[in-house]
Design a protein. Structure first.
Length: 478
């Protein structure tokens, strides 16, 4: 092609190329190559047409073909050999006619809900998942925070963080904990990439294979999975509407001499119950008498309409370790958790953090701090609590119409723990619902004793679509 001649002075130039159209051309060229590879017209090791030749064949610019080839190299579909050209990469995957769909054959184990929800297609309904819909999250505040970071220090975008984690965020967390009656200095707070990583570090520090750990029954299923990964001996204690059954708790302490007790004391997952003040005091006395430590997962504290008694506040972070994160209230994509712990354990936990992950995400911590500092987070929480309360009432009403009975009506939070009518098995109902693209959370994935076979955990924020209840009704009919 000849270059276009210069225009005479005073002559208007035609509009330039549309960038969106250029991107469409690049996608079309890449798609044409993929189709040839899939159809075996281009076999592994075959040389692709030259950039000049393919540009002429597709009637596009050479730069469009170059960008399309670069995309395919990044995907691993083709490889570049300098001085030689582009070639189809590796062995082509064998053809398969297997339907792509939910894994109905997977055992309903503690990770069943996690896998089904994280692997689900965007149009799958997820009343069994443990997080808010994206539309309920503070999208505008996060975007403001990202813009502020983009204009700020390059180190927040590019550099490692200090061993304890982002100092401004730790200072703000210390103030927030102080408002809850928990005496934690910034130097007693370690940032992690999640509450799960926080618990993993604590388990690495305090547990040896075979050590007993008490958990609530039912409890968050990932507690069981993580403790099993550490080869701990997990012992369940029946959970009541006011906290752990104190007689069973005392008996388990005496019989198993556990190193730890792990619990959600507020808006417990999966039941939504909150530990009473009387139970909290008794739990602390019993744990002290048997030299057991307590890990209090405070992941749902910000959903409470008013603060409940916190073990970490009553104990003063002596025997209680507090962990938390912002994945439920800000963003599941921002991996930022924390540990608040007594000062003499800090160095050992930091050493473990450095040894296993080298540090925590500075960018995530900086973004969380930016969102907390702009003043909108409290208003977001107020609106969120009101919205969840409405969803809780509506979900309970719709479940009641199908014959499901809530174990209790929580004072806030995401979860409603409800029993199916007699004779129905929650795992079987969940499998049938999954076949219709609805992910439910059957009770026994939460229960160490497998005593919750009729129960399901419902995330009320994910239950606003009436299709959830239509599918549930059909799944209950079998």
């Amino acid at each position: 092609m000849r270059a276009a001649p210069d225009l005479a002075p005073g002559t208007s130039r035609a509009p330039g190329p549309d960038p969106a159209q250029d991107l469409t051309r690049v996608a079309a060229v890449a798609a044409a190559i993929r189709e040839r590879i899939a159809a075996r017209a281009l076999v592994p090791g075959a040389r692709l047409p030259s950039v000049r030749g393919f540009a002429a064949a597709m009637r596009v610019s050479k730069s469009t073909v170059v960008e399309a080839y670069d995309r395919l190299v990044a995907e691993g579909a083709i490889v570049s050999r300098p001085g030689s050209g582009f070639y189809v990469a590796g062995a082509t995957r064998p053809l398969t006619l297997a339907a792509i769909g939910p894994r109905l054959d997977r055992a309903v184990d503690p990770l069943w809900v996690t896998r089904q929800t994280l692997e689900a297609a965007p149009d799958v309904l997820k009343p069994g998942c443990g997080w808010l819909p994206p539309s309920w999250m503070p999208d505008a505040g996060l975007r403001r925070g990202l813009r502020a970071l983009a204009r700020g220090e390059a180190a927040d975008l590019l550099d490692y963080d200090e061993p304890l984690g982002h100092a401004p965020l730790r200072a703000r967390l210390a103030r927030r904990l102080g408002e809850q009656g928990i005496p934690a200095e910034p130097g007693q707070i370690i940032l992690t990439d999640s509450a799960t990583q926080a618990l993993d570090l604590i388990a690495r520090l305090l547990l040896e294979p075979g050590d007993a750990v008490l958990v609530d029954d039912p409890c968050y299923f990932n507690f069981r999975a993580l403790l099993q990964a550490h080869r701990a001996r997990v012992v369940g204690v029946p959970w009541t509407t006011a906290g752990p059954d104190l007689d069973a708790f005392a008996a388990a302490l005496a019989a198993h001499r556990p190193r730890l007790y792990l619990t959600n004391s507020a808006l417990q997952n999966p039941t939504g119950a909150t530990m009473s003040a009387a139970t909290a005091h008794r739990v602390l006395r019993l744990a002290a008498a048997h030299d057991a430590l307590i890990v209090e997962d405070a992941l749902f504290d910000d959903f409470e309409p008013a603060p409940s008694p916190r073990l970490a506040a009553l104990d003063g972070l002596d025997r209680v370790i507090r962990i938390g994160s912002f994945s439920k209230t800000l963003s599941a994509a921002i991996r930022c958790g924390h540990i608040a712990v007594r000062p003499d354990w800090i160095d050992r936990l930091v050493d473990l953090k450095l040894a296993t992950s080298f540090g925590s995400g500075r960018l995530s911590a900086s973004l969380v701090h930016a969102v907390l500092a702009d003043g909108h987070y409290r208003r977001h929480l107020d609106a969120l609590r009101a919205r969840l309360a409405d969803a809780m009432g509506l979900t309970a009403q719709r479940l009641g119409a199908l014959g499901l009975v809530p174990w209790l009506m929580p004072r806030g939070g995401l979860f409603l723990w409800a029993a199916l009518p007699e004779g129905l098995d929650a795992a079987a109902v969940a499998r049938r619902a999954l076949a219709e693209d609805v992910v439910l959370a059957p009770g026994n994935v939460f229960s160490l004793s497998q005593s919750a076979g009729r129960h399901l955990r419902f995330n009320v924020a994910q239950c606003t679509d009436p299709r959830v209840f239509a599918v549930l009704a059909r799944a209950m009919e079998g």
